[in-house]
Design a protein around this ligand. Structure first.
Ligand SMILES: NC(=O)c1ccc[n+]([C@@H]2O[C@H](COP(=O)([O-])OP(=O)(O)OC[C@H]3O[C@@H](n4cnc5c(N)ncnc54)[C@H](O)[C@@H]3O)[C@@H](O)[C@H]2O)c1
Length: 271
């Protein structure tokens, strides 16, 4: 069995790599080859590190070539992503939604019965106000006109927050792909972490100190830990979750349950 984690070089992706490594051959991929080389060395055994920028078609194809050679894909996890503090809005959408959609399109021919895809979305995807025109644009992330279509709606990526919108797009992508994956005997889901103690979150809190109070206002009053998300991914990619597909699993310490209804996705740029 081959399991793959893209974005394995840091945070929750590394934690997922740790839980998947005892299952067989593991490919850890990331924009940063150095970071996954370190992860592979720490995990030892049957772990292979590859460079893969999910916005670069040639690198996506190289990873798919390796998956095709092995021809026994089981878990396929995309944890790679950028937060609102890390890049301009356009780049966030290019990575978090368009990159994820490209990778999922590329992996589809390599699915086999028992393959399971897990994409990292976010609790912030639950906070985007309902807008049918925006949803129609998000539902076509591979269109050449994607950014023109957003512009045409007057959507200002910086003001309204590209991050929550990118993650709502992932929720919807997974739902749309479930039938095609099901036809191959495969399942696909997303997970939506809340605020989780990773390098991404530490940067976000540095740039937005109010987030520390926000964390305390949640039912559990603390940040999640990467291993608390990895254990859910462990379950979702196991036979125990064999009837789950096309849905999102919220792992947010109850935060979405207590955010006031009238707050918007744009106000929660991170998490
Ligand atoms: N930390 C949080 O609070 C939080 C909350 C909700 C959702 N998320 C999401 O969970 C996922 C993991 O977040 P994290 O906190 O572990 O982040 P992180 O920054 O610790 O790790 C993300 C990894 O993705 C890699 N990456 C970035 N761009 C890439 C690209 N173009 N191609 C390939 N790899 C790329 C980075 O090099 C890094 O190793 C992300 O998708 C993030 O949006 C995080």
């Amino acid at each position: 069995m081959t399991n793959v984690v893209i974005g394995a070089g840091s945070g929750m992706g590394t934690a997922v790599a740790q839980v998947l490594s005892p299952r067989g051959h593991l490919i850890v991929a990331d924009l940063s080859l150095e970071s996954v080389q370190v992860v592979a060395k720490d995990l030892g055994a049957d772990v292979e590190a590859l460079a893969c920028d999910i916005t670069d078609n040639a690198q996506i194809e190289a990873l798919m070539g390796r998956i095709a050679e092995l021809d026994d894909l089981e878990a396929f996890v995309i944890s790679a992503g950028l937060s609102g503090s890390m890049a301009p809005g356009r780049r966030i959408l290019e990575v978090n939604l368009i990159g994820v959609a490209r990778v999922l399109a590329a992996v589809e021919p390599h699915l086999r019965p028992g393959s399971v895809g897990i994409c990292f979305a976010s609790m912030s995807g639950y906070r985007v106000p309902n807008n049918h025109e925006l949803l129609a644009v998000l539902d076509d992330p591979l269109s050449d006109k994607f950014f023109d279509n957003l512009d045409a709606l007057g959507f200002d990526l910086e003001v309204r927050g590209a991050y929550p919108v990118s993650k709502l797009g992932v929720h919807r992508l997974v739902r749309r792909l479930a039938p095609a994956w099901g036809a191959r005997g495969a399942r696909i889901m997303s997970v939506s972490p809340g605020i989780n103690d990773t390098p991404m979150n530490r940067l976000d809190e540095q740039n937005n100190p109010i987030m520390a109070d926000f964390v305390k206002s949640g039912p559990l009053g603390r940040r999640g830990r990467p291993e608390e998300v990895a254990s859910v991914v462990d379950f979702l990619t196991s036979d125990g979750a064999s009837f789950m597909t096309g849905s999102d699993v919220l792992i947010d310490g109850g935060m979405v349950a207590v955010i006031p209804e009238d707050s918007t996705g744009g106000s929660v740029r991170a998490g």
